[in-house]
Ligand binder design. Structure first.
Ligand code: UDP
Length: 235
């Protein structure tokens, strides 16, 4: 069983059917998938994206909002999502802390790695918010960075599909799943497990990346606690 993991969800995973906002049913589902991990003694760090609310690239495409400002707006969106996930986890009786890369002391703690590790050791789930705190980065990179910093054994990229495919499985019925990939393969354009910065960081630190379907019940438990890697891809 993995002792300490970092799980990354995209913001879109939280969205309502129209791709926006925060769906309480999904929040409950995510919390119910994480609870058994913590109940089994796994130390869990979480990073959530902000794409259900705003992305810097989209916000700035008309040229009114600067890219860097759009990115800060995106980082703020991740804090909104982090608070929502915190509430859902606490609804299930779990102990949590949100740590933000941008100071927001009325809402959450600042990111302090030693403190984060202490929380994890005490069985608290730490939700890392506001990405890396820097524009021009993604929450995938933030997740990889935090995973390395807290000494997670793996980063789990929780998606809507069962792993990494040679082409988009939602568009092509003959898409083939790739159970194992090298970091260099994961960097290929047609695969794009995560953005290049995050994969390079994972590669430099030999951090395994597990890509799995978060909407299949029990999948996270199967991978993290049972170490059953059949229903995922490993980089
Ligand atoms: N963002 C950023 N720096 C970071 C992390 C995120 O500037 O370190 C901004 C960026 O604008 C990004 C947005 O926050 O588009 C939301 O994050 P992301 O797109 O990674 O979310 P996801 O696609 O996972 O929902």
């Amino acid at each position: 069983m993995a002792k300490r993991v970092l799980i990354k969800f995209s913001g879109e995973a939280l969205a309502n059917e129209d791709g926006h906002g925060i769906d309480s049913k999904t929040l409950k589902y995510i919390a119910s998938e994480i609870k058994p991990l913590v109940d089994n003694g796994v130390e869990v760090g979480l990073v959530v994206g902000g794409g259900n609310i705003i992305r810097g690239v989209n916000a700035s495409k008309e040229g009114i909002i600067k890219r860097s400002s759009g990115d800060y707006m995106g980082m703020l969106a991740t804090v909104i999502n982090a608070v929502a996930i915190q509430e859902a986890l606490e609804y299930f009786g779990l102990k949590t802390r949100v740590q933000s890369a941008i100071d927001m002391k009325e809402i959450c703690e600042p990111f302090i790695v030693r403190r984060a590790i202490r929380h994890l050791e005490k069985g608290r789930i730490v939700i890392f918010a506001a990405g890396t705190g820097n524009p021009f980065f993604t929450t995938d990179t933030a997740a990889t960075l935090r995973a390395v910093e807290i000494g997670a054994e793996m980063i789990i990229k929780a998606t809507k599909v069962d792993g990494v495919f040679d082409k988009d499985p939602q568009k092509f019925s003959d898409a083939k799943k790739l159970p194992r990939l090298t970091y260099d393969e994961a960097l290929q354009d047609n695969i794009k497990v995560m953005d290049d910065t995050s994969i390079a960081l994972a590669k430099d630190n030999s951090l395994p990346i597990i890509v799995c379907n978060m909407f299949e019940e029990g999948n996270l438990y199967d991978i993290i606690v049972n170490e059953n890697f059949e229903k995922c891809s490993i980089v």
